[in-house]
Write a protein that binds this ligand. Structure first.
Ligand code: ADP
Ligand code: 5GP
Length: 189
């Protein structure tokens, strides 16, 4: 059975970094490339980091039922395209979705068998430092992301697993253990 892993948590907590390391440890895991209406950051590539769509195209694809889940985040739209997920699960690959909390809730309803993992920061101050240190968002964007983070962190107990990303290597080990244990549990229920 193909497995789906949802990795959620506030922006800047380290989801992307952890997923990169997780996939180095477990190369069979594939990452679903999301669609977004936000502009590419320096170095981001269309079709690799995101499918960058304009607002009309995103809306058209919502109306066409092309998304498994979609949400508005910080004034932009983000979503998981059904074809991204199905292509990988149909081929038998386990898939990781890196999405924010509203989308994770939609996946919980649509695909209750998906394994949901919340990544939490050690503190709000650490989250602010990581968002600022990443250098991809201006002060206003950092402030907006931190405002959303308060509600996201308050929702952490909704999720089956929680990993606190303090020490990176320790968090990667925890994540690898969760994915291995869930994979074994699904193979031998
Ligand atoms: P997200 O994908 O959740 O928005 P990123 O993976 O982009 O977060 O990480 C945000 C910033 O925090 C990056 O600069 C990254 O290098 C840094 N970071 C991630 N995990 C840790 C950690 N455990 N300790 C210190 N810095 C980290
Ligand atoms: P960023 O702009 O930093 O790339 O992403 C902003 C937020 O949107 C992050 O919390 C990220 O996890 C989330 N996100 C990325 N792709 C998707 C998606 O396909 N669906 C949803 N719901 N959120 C996403």
């Amino acid at each position: 059975m193909a497995r789906v892993f949802v990795i959620t948590g506030p922006s800047g907590v380290g989801k992307g970094t952890l997923i990169r390391k997780l996939r180095e440890a477990l190369p069979e895991l594939e990452l679903s490339v999301s669609a977004t209406t936000r502009s590419p950051r320096t170095g981001e590539q269309h079709g690799v980091d995101y499918h960058f769509l304009d607002a009309d195209e995103f809306a058209r694809r919502v109306d066409a039922g092309d998304f498994v889940e979609h949400a508005e985040y910080s004034g932009r739209r983000y979503g998981t395209l059904r074809e991204e997920l199905d292509r990988r699960t149909d081929a038998g690959h386990p898939v990781v979705l890196e999405i924010e909390v509203q989308g994770a809730r939609q996946v919980r309803t649509a695909m209750p068998e998906a394994v949901q993992i919340f990544i939490a920061p050690p503190s709000t101050d650490t989250l602010r430092e990581r968002l600022t240190g990443r250098g991809t968002d201006d002060d206003e964007q950092v402030a907006a992301r931190l405002r959303v983070a308060v509600d996201e962190i308050a929702a952490q107990n909704e999720f089956r697993h929680k990993v606190i990303n303090a020490d990176l290597d320790a968090a990667v080990r925890e994540l690898v253990d969760i994915v291995r244990a869930e994979t074994a549990a699904q193979a031998h229920p």
